[in-house]
Design a protein. Sequence first.
Length: 425
Amino acid sequence: MIDVKLICDKPELIKEALLKLNSTAPVDEIVELNTKRRELTYEVERLKEKKNSTSKEIGKMKDKESRDKLITEMREVGDKIKELDEEIKKIEEDLHEKLLWVPNLPHESVPVGKGEEENVVVKTVGEKRIFDFTPLPHWELGEKLDIIDFERGVKLSGTRFYVLKKAGSKLQRALINWMLDLHIDHHGYTEIYPPYMVKGECLTGTGNLPKFGENLYRDAEEDLWFIPTAEVPVTNLHREEILEPGTLPLNYVAYTACFRREKMSAGKDTRGIKRGHQFDKVELVKVVEREKSMEELEKLISHAEDILKRLNLPYRLIKMCTGDLSFTAMIKYDLEVWSPGCDEWLEVSSCSNFGDFQARRANIRYRPEAKGKPLFAHTLNGSALALPRTVIAIMENYQQPDGSILIPEVLRSYMGGMETIKGGI
RNA sequence: GGAGAGAUGGCUGAGUUCGGUUGAAAGCGCUCGACUCGAAAUCGAGUAAGGGGAGUAAAAUCUCUUUCGUGGGUUCAAAUCCCACUCUCUCCGCCA
């Protein structure tokens, strides 16, 4: 959510920015509603002031006649207040609803562009491996080695589900533990194990609702939703809180399963384990002071990159242009790992600075100094990394001519010393 | 799931019988001052928060409003009365 005051102060500037985002948010209506809101608030507060002070006087009065007269008078004032309060409430709800649909404004450094094609490749790190045989896609490797079972996944749960087994599941488990340990021990993050189901207000807080409800799974009877990413519960840890001086920055790392309907990507990436309805992810979340968020973003990206570097996988860093920016992000970078079997770059991480967009929705504030006025914090997050795609990258990049897969050195101790994944293990 | 108890400021905890002088006793904590070479102890003063508006370069400051779990109701007036809900605790049942 962006600041109403900002919208009302500089509506033209906002409109211009929204144009770059291909957004049609109703700026004029918002300005109008807010003006009305302020007028009515002023009016009703004058009336309340009168009623409050008069009521106190009534309590002290002895003369019945003038007392009754005032009571009658205040009864009318009370009715008027009720009427105005209702009107204000309606306006506020309307205004709030409209604001929830306004996307975040892009940071000044974000390149202007219409869509994906205009994203900027910031850098490419590592060399693509030269194969002296044709590298296989992970779905073929996985079936040959009997470490991914697609058929039975579909039998259990339908399309976009699969079963990992043997060294396949062990590899994923090793990655999770290794990544968590790395972030905790070397990057200074605090581990969180959050609920996988949250209330709707959490999703509104992070910006997944109301706009992206169709991409989420939910309980049929209660207001409980499956998380599409750990970002949701972890960012919401501090919803409705005012953080005391000295608490920030907060650096969290969380491993969770993630659940997505993939309605917006229907028909896309149906092969392999690239895009499932359920997948695992290790996620980094930061809550920081507002002046610090851009430098924290750099750190965040470097922490995600560190995983790829240590796994020795070729990757590239992409800066998203305005047309490809997500609804909530002020600035966003993707990390893409090279996958020789699929023959494409796979997005394994998305690192965003949300500015105070989420903090406003979730009401996450901090006190810059003792007794100071609370300010909205800045929130950031990035995957580090998404598991299935990292598994894909390892399988495809480390495959051998005989179809076996070499295990990256950093993971071996997490796999009981295993060095190669061969059939039958 | 059944029965009962509870939810008040940074914390502990009164107030709810009989609605007004209670934005809230008392204590703890914290801040400032006195005493002291300094500290402790003691004494004195101050100390809830959110939002809006005025003001300022920014503060200071002034002012209105809301808040005693949440939402509604009664009333001129609600921490206090009524209704619904949420959460916490205890006991029973069930369970990984």
